[in-house]
Design a protein around this ligand. Structure first.
Ligand SMILES: Cc1cc2nc3c(=O)[nH]c(=O)nc-3n(C[C@H](O)[C@H](O)[C@H](O)COP(=O)(O)OP(=O)(O)OC[C@H]3O[C@@H](n4cnc5c(N)ncnc54)[C@H](O)[C@@H]3O)c2cc1C
Length: 499
């Protein structure tokens, strides 16, 4: 008799949603998390009275979160106190032009008339096109399992309207943005978001160009910090008997005759279950926890063909003044071509940039309780950072990089910042690996080019190991809070169907 029905490795959002939904369906579920906090990349830690989000800074496209709560017999309104982030962005372009985009599409059109009049006519058409696509994609592309080619082809049979958007599936993010917008200003407002998929505009798939619009459907911040989202799913799952143990690292999946039978912890303890759901990076899962000796040769070759996603250096600041920012997110952007150029000539060559760009997150704008009275939290997501640095290491560069980043943000977006910093913390790509065991500090699981997306991404129901399922950023639909919650629903549904 096994100890549990289901063991989940990792208490990231994908693991918690799949575990909680399975518990609500009557399964005896254990979640094992190596860190002391739940939530993985969507979590919040405290230092000297300041609460810093370790990764995700807002949640958008919240349909999958609502759906997961409904499976748990509750609703998002009951479980989370979400504040809308409006304006969505405070943009600072390369030439210093600064303006804000509100959530309202009509309000955005008014701003565009002033800052990029040539593109004013294109915006309403782009917004309407992407709104329709998003409504369709939410259930179909993002919400369906992609285990076999049949699932992929079946998508277009079940949702024939998707064919209308086929150019999004065959173009790059950059092609789509350039097709709609001709001015550098408008391209700069939408280009950076391709890095939310871990890639520059040139390499990112065209379907994700919907990000330029989807943020206008609503961008939210939970009262109490991003950790409130995973905590809500944990709380809901625990009501159905789900058990979550933190500080418990899984070192191996027990595999016999290509069937998962449980896990072995770092202290040697074995815990058995006929179903294992992995919420960790799929390369680590297959190559370390399962082991190449347990994989058919095609699966060995397949899993080695992936690359961990990009990482970023992130700097967390507690400050003793009210920053001159105009939105929860400020973006110091760069022209689209410079982002591509950065990728090939700096990031891919393992260098640190001279010219930076940055996303500034200001959570205390949405929730002042995250800092002591009269103080604020400002998190800097800096230019994507390579894991390896040529001729040096992140540990050696860390202090100088913090100083350089603060100087950059002080001069480009937040006058006075450098004189008001009271608390500093930083996660380099190497620190993300140390804290969350993400290989190479990968922040979105695996790199998400078209050839590693949908049916080409590691399947949510393992094709090599019976009883093994995947949730989280490494499987379809990929990285990002709504996507991993969707992956958690898909994994729970597949377990229900097959086990
Ligand atoms: C800097 C940054 C900014 C981001 N910004 C946004 C944003 O604004 N909006 C958005 O939607 N998304 C954002 N994301 C992406 C989003 O946070 C992630 O895609 C998502 O949270 C990943 O969830 P996951 O289910 O894949 O699990 P993960 O978050 O990867 O969690 C996996 C968990 O498994 C644990 N674990 C690993 N190995 C083991 C082991 N051997 N045994 C036990 N436990 C283990 C880890 O400790 C971790 O808690 C951001 C991410 C980062 C890092």
């Amino acid at each position: 008799m096994a100890d549990y029905d289901i063991i989940v490795i990792g208490a990231g959002l994908g693991g918690l949603t799949s575990g909680a939904i399975s518990a609500a369906r009557g399964r005896k579920v254990l979640i094992l998390e190596q860190s002391d906090l739940v939530g993985g990349c969507c979590s919040t830690f405290e230092k000297e009275g300041f609460h810093f989000d370790i990764g995700a800074s807002v949640v958008e496209v919240i349909g999958s979160l609502e759906k997961a709560f409904s499976f748990l017999g509750t609703s998002m309104d009951k479980e989370l106190d979400l504040s809308p982030c409006d304006p969505i962005y405070d943009y600072i372009l390369k030439d210093g032009t600064r303006f804000q985009f509100p959530i309202s599409s009509e309000g955005t059109a008014e701003v565009i008339k002033k800052v990029a009049p040539e593109d004013a006519a294109a915006w309403p058409a782009f917004a309407a096109y992407m709104k329709d696509f998003l409504e369709l994609a939410g259930d179909s592309v993002l919400g369906s399992p992609m285990v076999t080619m049949r699932d992929f082809a079946g998508l277009f049979v079940k949702y024939p309207a998707l064919l209308k958007y086929r150019e999004l599936f065959t173009s790059s993010y950059e092609d789509v943005i350039k097709k709609w917008f001709k001015t550098s200003a408008m391209q700069q407002t939408a280009a950076y978001q391709s890095f939310y998929l871990g890639l520059p505009p040139e390499l990112c798939g065209g379907v994700y160009a919907m990000l330029g619009y989807s943020e206008h459907e609503g961008s939210y911040y939970p009262h109490g910090g991003m950790i409130q989202i995973p905590l809500a799913y944990k709380r809901c799952g625990e009501k159905y008997g789900m058990e979550v143990r933190t500080g418990q690292r899984v070192d191996r999946v027990i595999v016999r005759n290509r069937t998962a039978e449980g896990v072995i912890l770092s202290d040697g303890t074995a815990i058995t279950a006929p179903v294992v759901i992995s919420n960790i990076n799929a390369m680590t899962l297959y190559l370390k926890l399962i082991g190449e000796e347990n994989l058919p040769w095609l699966a060995r070759v397949g899993i080695k063909s992936y690359e961990p996603s990009m990482s970023v250096p992130m700097i967390f600041l507690g400050v003793d003044y009210e920053p001159e920012l105009h939105a929860h997110h400020a973006l110091i952007s760069r022209p689209l071509e410079e982002l591509d150029d950065y990728w090939w000539n700096i990031y891919k060559k393992n260098k640190l940039p001279d010219d930076m760009f940055s996303l500034i997150c200001w959570p205390t704008e949405s929730d002042p309780s995250l800092a002591p009275v009269g103080h604020h939290v400002v998190n800097l997501i800096m230019t994507p950072g390579p894991y390896r640095l040529e001729g040096t290491t992140w540990d050696r560069e860390k202090e100088a990089y913090i100083e350089k980043s603060i100087d950059f943000v002080t001069s480009h977006a937040m006058p006075g910042l450098k004189d008001h910093v009271k608390v500093v913390e930083m996660c380099t790509p190497v620190d993300y690996e140390r804290r969350l065991l993400n290989p190479e500090g990968a922040i979105y699981g695996l790199q998400q080019e078209t050839t590693a997306s949908m049916v080409f991404r590691p399947a949510a129901k393992s094709k090599s190991i019976k009883g093994l399922y995947l949730s989280g950023a490494s499987t379809h639909p990929g990285g990002g809070v709504p996507a991993v919650v969707s992956s958690g629903i898909i994994a729970a549904d597949l377990v229900q169907k097959y086990e």
